[in-house]
Design a protein around this ligand. Structure first.
Ligand code: OGA
Ligand code: NI
Length: 367
């Protein structure tokens, strides 16, 4: 190859790289009819050719937990269903969750409007600093991913609100107000769910102390945008991962895309109108000494509809140590399964490797 051709190719590659860093929404706005190679996943990891998954993924009816039942006279029964869902699926759909439907629809709608803003406006929030209170980006781990994901995101740190709020996007002009309202509702619901989780694990001695830690706990909202994709079978919106926190509350529009791993197969979650998806994160698996499962999940994309989701990830304050609860450890029957961990070691871990698969949790296992 002549030097001038080599230089030109290199320039083209750099140019493509710069283009991809702008995200999928912008790529689509520029007009494409095929998925660029950088987004094409290895055959075995694609949504339909996955070795776990020789044909299209099955639909899964996740366990449904009725929040009103949890708060009423049938609480003991509802707690049993909650425990079963966390043990067997690591996921459930929550109905009658008490967040007003206009709060939910406004959050979805303002998120859509955020991603419709001109690229330059969104790009103001791009940052490679993991600690930035607001971070706009693309793919999963933008600077490390060898293959890119068909996803743009906005991450909003929600705690402590008075400190972080001035950094949140100032446009759309109603974004802060609507997102704060949703974040507060999500936090309130999370605390109620955590009480239920503690009760379902029969935690007694430290219940009040743990609850007061969670009241001051961390909250991160991740607004995900998965634009429609010309060749959805070649790529993924998010790779298989588990969530690092205690519980995640996931709000999604009514477009399918979330898949969970269950009995060694991928299953597509069928959205239920107005329900929230709740899943166990790594911290709860550790805290419950392995009784509740932080399950791998991923996101597929489709050719007809763009999809929006808002994940609210909650845990203890980031300075706290997460450890199996002593009350749940018994040297004979259920020995300690995980070593103690903290947020700093999680961040060190994901900065040092590709955060794919259940690596972090695996790295904490003692047995
Ligand atoms: C996440 C996540 C799923 C979805 O944000 O961690 O798994 O459907 N999202 O967007
Ligand atoms: Ni997730």
């Amino acid at each position: 190859m002549s030097p001038s051709i080599a230089i030109r190719l290199e320039e083209e590659l750099k140019d493509a790289g710069r283009r991809y860093q702008k995200g999928v929404k912008q790529l689509c706005a520029d007009g494409i009819s095929r998925v660029p190679n950088k987004y094409v996943w290895p055959v075995q990891e694609r949504p339909v050719n996955d070795k776990l998954n020789s044909s299209k993924a099955k639909l899964v009816n996740l366990p449904v937990i009725d929040f009103a039942e949890l708060q009423g006279p049938n609480r003991p029964e509802a707690l049993k269903s909650l425990a079963k869902a966390c043990e067997q699926y690591g996921f459930f759909q929550l109905v009658n969750h008490s967040i007003p439907s206009e709060v939910i629809s406004s959050m979805v709608e303002v998120s859509k409007r955020f991603f419709e803003l001109p690229y330059e406006e969104r790009a103001r929030y791009m940052s490679s600093n993991m600690f930035a209170p607001v971070r706009y980006g693309t793919s999963f781990n933008q600077n490390k991913d060898k293959v890119l994901c068909w996803r743009d995101f906005l991450k909003l740190t929600c705690h402590p609100l008075p400190d972080v709020l001035p950094h949140w996007p100032s446009s759309p002009t109603d974004m802060r107000e609507l997102a704060v309202t949703y974040a507060k509702e999500a936090k309130h619901l999370f605390l109620k769910l955590t009480e239920a989780v503690l009760d379902s694990l029969a935690v007694r001695l430290m219940r009040d102390q743990i609850m007061s830690e969670f009241e001051d706990g961390s909250q991160l909202m991740v607004v995900n945008c998965y634009p429609q994709c010309p060749e959805p079978d070649l790529t993924l919106g998010m790779p298989p991962h588990s969530d690092y926190g205690f519980l995640t509350l996931l709000l999604q529009d009514q477009v399918q895309g979330l898949q969970i791993q269950h009995k060694d197969e991928w299953h597509t979650v069928q959205p239920i109108p107005d329900a929230l998806i709740i899943n166990v994160g790594d911290h709860l698996e550790i805290f419950s000494n392995g009784r509740y499962k932080s399950v791998l999940h991923r996101v597929t994309v489709n050719s007809t509809k763009s999809r929006i989701s808002v994940a609210s990830l909650h845990s203890l304050p980031s300075k706290c140590t997460v450890r199996p609860l002593p009350e749940l450890i018994d040297d004979e029957v259920s020995p300690k399964q995980y070593m103690d961990t903290d947020f700093a070691s999680f961040l060190a871990y994901i900065s040092s490797c590709e955060p794919k698969k259940k690596n972090f949790l695996e790295s904490r296992k003692l047995i």
